[in-house]
Design a protein around this ligand. Structure first.
Ligand code: PRP
Ligand code: URA
Length: 185
């Protein structure tokens, strides 16, 4: 079993971060017209759905959202066929000309986001791709940065960020775990 070192975001902090990110997205894009939210499995999907609800509350118009499974685009799974990229129907799956806002729970090496960008390009060339993450823990291995960040969390490589969301885990919490010796991830 892992040791829970400390909680860095509780339910209130996560809710406030999502509200702030919603306002930042509206400001950066001068509204939400032409924008599409895409959550990365697993927990990015629930975050994207929450953010879509928040944006609709603020702007009074719907924003399309969907989910993406990047497994077949990972650089460690290169031999697999690139199928079933979008697992949730989006009103218009063609991303041509859209402002795509990717959402993931944790940004670490950046390899998941690299895979997601490849997957999105296969759905049509978007106008832009922006990135929102709940927690940015550093240690990038690729030149990728987030546009919208819930919380910057300086970490050591011996630590791990664990995000729990009510829809999937039964509670909302972000915490830092000290990895046990011999654990590779
Ligand atoms: O920047 P990176 O080094 O790619 O790490 C970040 C990714 O790692 C986790 O996903 P994981 O592969 O554990 O799958 P999960 O989301 O289903 O838990 C997390 O949800 C991010 O997607
Ligand atoms: O600490 C980390 C690193 C990658 N993905 C996570 O969910 N947590």
């Amino acid at each position: 079993m892992s040791n829970v070192d400390h909680v860095i975001m509780d339910e209130t902090a996560i809710r406030r971060a999502l509200t702030r990110i919603a306002h930042e997205i509206i400001e950066k894009n001068k509204g939400i017209e032409g924008c599409m939210l895409v959550g990365i499995r697993t927990r990015g999907v629930f975050l994207a759905k929450r953010l879509a609800e928040r944006l609709e509350e603020i702007e009074g118009t719907e924003i399309p959202w969907g989910e993406i499974d990047v497994t077949t685009y990972r650089d460690d799974r290169a031999s697999l066929e690139k199928v079933d990229v979008l697992t949730q129907p989006i009103p218009d799956q063609n991303m041509l000309g859209k402002k795509i806002i990717l959402f993931d729970d944790v940004l670490y090496t950046g390899r998941t986001i690299r895979a997601a960008m490849d997957a999105i390009m296969d759905c049509g060339r978007p106008e832009s791709i922006q990135l929102a993450v709940l927690a940015d823990r550093g240690h990038r291995e690729l030149p990728i940065r987030a546009d919208f960040i819930g919380k910057n969390v300086p970490t050591s490589k011996s630590e791990e960020i664990e995000v729990l969301l009510t829809e999937y885990d039964g509670q909302d919490q972000v915490r830092i775990i000290q990895k046990r010796e011999g654990t590779s991830k």
